[in-house]
Design a protein around this ligand. Structure first.
Ligand SMILES: Nc1ncnc2c1ncn2[C@@H]1O[C@H](COP(=O)(O)OP(=O)(O)OP(=O)(O)O)[C@@H](O)[C@H]1O
Length: 374
């Protein structure tokens, strides 16, 4: 879909921003360009829609060299989202989103209708349509920026550090939203960031650049973590890459143990009889864990007392046996007040428990199988 063939960009002052880049962006996937400041990520991105022209080599979009396309026409098929959204300050949210369709010759009514649909797609209430960008939060502006880029339904979306100006919580929301959207839209997305965590979370494939515009490695995130090509990549991916890699390891071989439980509505006496090592798990009416009871918590509570949500101790994270990774299994074990991680099935029902030791045994097996970085 997008192919860089020996692409070099040398600016007039002699700076080589991109050096002989060869890379194929998979259609319908998210490809992330990541690397330290000044390594040529933005320049590479902007050469796709000809905001910057390559000095040598060729970039093909759908098999066609971009130099043979008229830039304004080329850009209509390529959405572009930048940091701080880059919205037009004197246009309403709706008019901002409708900009490209209107330029492409749509009637104003059709463009506005499309813009209204897109507001909903990116998770903004219809009431925001008439506001101006300055009346929105940073995260909301960024959503409008994404809606605007999607307005003409381009097959390709270029995103240049789109979430770096918002706080970490909003940023995580926006990342999740992008993944949700992409699940429905299947766009070919090229996403630039300098944040390796963001790259690993979002990228189907990640291109790590080093200074001088040199591609150091282009791989799936799990491969980058498990098999960094060299010292630079290993260092850039970070010291805790072993821990990050756990996020990609399925916990298929993990032993799930039995666990005693009581229900909300049972009595303190029932709970006391079922304590194991001083703890028992409490389930709600849907067999979903509601929390824990301990010998300590029950001391002084009389046997007839009915167990309710006020009495239980909040639990830790849960391990989903259908989708969970070893990392989430370990987190469940470590965050549990009883030191027992709780495992649930696809219907959110408790199916058993696991200890940190069980997870480490599964990790050792994965290591033996060569799935974990040494
Ligand atoms: N117009 C220009 N003229 C000369 N050099 C430039 C120009 N634009 C960018 N550069 C240089 O090209 C190199 C790559 O820049 P680029 O913006 O692509 O990096 P980047 O990886 O996106 O960095 P950042 O993460 O800081 O945005 C840098 O050394 C930069 O200074």
């Amino acid at each position: 879909m997008i192919e860089f063939q020996a692409v070099t960009k040398r600016f007039d002052d002699g700076t080589v921003a991109v050096d002989e880049l060869n890379l194929t962006v998979d259609p319908g996937r998210i490809t992330v360009f990541v690397g330290p400041s000044g390594c040529g990520k933005t320049t590479s991105l902007r050469m796709i829609n000809r905001m910057i022209d390559a000095t040598s080599g060729a970039i093909l979009v759908d098999g066609k060299d971009v130099r043979q396309s008229d830039p304004p026409l080329l850009r209509r098929g390529i959405g572009y989202v930048i940091q701080q959204a880059g919205l037009f300050p004197h246009r309403t949210v709706l008019d901002n989103i409708a900009t490209v369709p209107v330029l492409a010759g749509w009637s104003r009514a059709k463009a506005r209708k499309r813009a209204e649909e897109l507001l909903e797609t990116v998770g903004l209430p219809a009431a925001m349509a008439g506001r101006y960008p300055a009346q929105l939060s940073g995260g909301q502006q960024q959503r409008v920026g994404v809606a605007r880029a999607l307005a003409a339904d381009p097959p390709v979306l270029l995103m240049d550090e789109p979430f770096s100006a918002v706080d970490p919580v909003v940023r995580e929301d926006l990342q999740n939203e992008l993944l949700r959207l992409q699940g429905e839209l299947d766009k070919t997305i090229v996403f630039v960031t300098h944040d390796i965590d963001e790259a690993i979370k979002l990228g189907d494939k990640v291109a790590v650049f080093r200074t001088g515009g040199i591609l150091a490695q282009y791989d799936k995130p799990s491969e980058l973590l498990a098999r960094p090509a060299d010292y630079f990549v290993a260092n850039f991916v970070g010291r805790d890459r072993g821990y990050r890699a756990l996020g990609f390891l399925t916990a298929s071989g993990l032993a799930i143990g039995d666990i005693a439980s009581v229900r909300l509505g049972d009595t303190a006496g029932d709970a006391r009889r079922k304590l194991v090592n001083g703890w028992v798990v409490v389930l709600d009416e849907r067999k979903h864990p509601a929390g824990w009871l301990s010998a300590d918590r029950l001391s002084g509570v009389d046997d007839q007392t009915v167990i309710d949500t006020d009495l239980v101790i909040a639990g830790g994270s849960l391990y989903d046996t259908e989708h969970g990774s070893l990392r989430s299994a370990l987190d469940a074990a470590l965050s549990s007040p009883a030191a027992l991680g709780l495992a649930i099935n696809g219907d959110n029902e408790l199916v058993g428990s696991l200890t940190a030791e069980d997870v480490l045994a599964a990790l050792a097996a994965a290591r033996t199988a060569g799935e974990v970085p040494q």
